[in-house]
Design a protein around this ligand. Structure first.
Ligand code: SF4
Length: 330
């Protein structure tokens, strides 16, 4: 999976590092001082991830838990995200990581004790806070190698007032299924209808496979959330989202889905420049974008409103309660 594995020498012998190296069957990593001294220092084109991907393992320094942007999660509660990893093995054409970092090489941070400690400090100051993983990566895509979540489970079990969200497009749920379902830990899936998923979500598990994973978690009583994000314009949006919601609800207990978040495709200027250069012929460019109120590149406001209200109305017409639906980053 990785051409080179580079490990900070101070954490070489940590149990998490050793676990990852054993899983990768990689006994001879390159030892480095600090990830930040090398990772992203030289520009590596994003699409090189197809042929040559390196893995860095290190210790996250600086601020470990950060406030999430406005309109990030359900209204009312404070939202934070923490960083345990950078970059992703999948290749969604709209992914913002392509314009965010200088390199697609992956970083896994292994100082989970310190991350959890900072979550605890944040929670003491902000009771009922949500903590989101996967802001700069996919929370579960490499979980068969990293298996870090059991440690977080122990913390969140002891602090039921806090909420943890693990967001994914993967079906990598074997380790999760061996854990106890907790009311305050949500496994959340980004889902798109089959057609746009095949077109834009390169190298990810199919929509059908993701729904199968959701069903297994639902059958085992885990708490869930669904992100219909990004919604991308197509003429048959009503038909394809109606089919998707049917497939999902046939396979899931609606009571266990805590929320549906809806978001329309959007980019910062830098990310959009990368999307144009990496995927010049993509159907992502089929409908015009404008520069929006927050300088992001989006569809026009009437188009965004139409897409969001169409998908929201489909959910409501199929029995989803309005209080469970929120509009992300609008
Ligand atoms: S799964 Fe998420 S992080 Fe990974 S490539 Fe797709 S959008 Fe990016």
């Amino acid at each position: 999976m990785f051409e080179k594995v580079l490990v900070e020498k101070d954490i070489l012998n940590s149990p998490h590092t050793q676990h990852i190296l054993n899983k990768l069957k990689h006994n001879d990593p390159i030892l480095i001082n600090k990830v930040d001294e090398i990772w992203g220092k030289v520009k590596k084109p994003y699409l090189q991830k197809r042929e040559n991907l390196n893995l860095f393992i290190g210790k996250k320094r600086g601020t470990l838990v950060k406030q999430a942007p406005d309109a990030y999660g359900l209204n009312g509660d404070p939202h934070f995200y923490f960083i345990h990893s950078y970059n992703c093995i999948y290749e969604c054409q709209y992914c913002y990581l392509q314009g965010y970092f200088n390199t697609p090489d992956l970083v896994l941070y292994v100082n989970h004790d310190e991350i959890i400690k900072e979550i605890e400090t944040t929670l003491d100051q902000h009771p009922n806070a949500w903590f989101h993983a996967g802001e700069f990566s996919d929370s579960l895509a490499l979980n068969h190698i990293t298996n870090e979540w059991s440690q977080y489970w122990d913390f969140f079990k002891a602090r039921p007032e806090a909420k943890l969200e693990l967001r994914t497009k993967s079906v990598n749920i074997k380790n999760i299924l061996s854990l106890e379902p907790l009311k305050n830990v949500l496994l959340t899936f980004s889902l798109s209808p089959d057609e746009p998923s095949k077109e834009f979500d390169l190298k990810t598990p199919s929509t059908k496979a993701r729904i199968k994973a959701i069903k297994k978690l639902s059958d085992s009583n885990f708490q869930l959330g669904i992100h219909f994000d990004p919604i991308i314009y197509s003429e048959d949006i009503e038909k394809i989202y109606s089919n998707l919601v049917d497939q999902l609800l046939e396979n899931t207990n609606l009571d266990q889905i805590n929320y549906f978040s809806l978001g329309v495709v959007r980019y910062t200027k830098d990310v959009y420049r990368q999307v144009e250069s990496n995927y010049p012929d993509s159907k992502l460019h089929a409908h015009p974008y404008i520069k929006s109120f927050d300088n992001k590149i989006r569809y026009s406001k009437p188009m965004r409103n139409w897409l969001l209200s169409t998908v929201k109305n489909i959910l409501l017409s199929k029995g989803v309660c309005e209080s469970k639906v929120y509009l992300c980053m609008e």
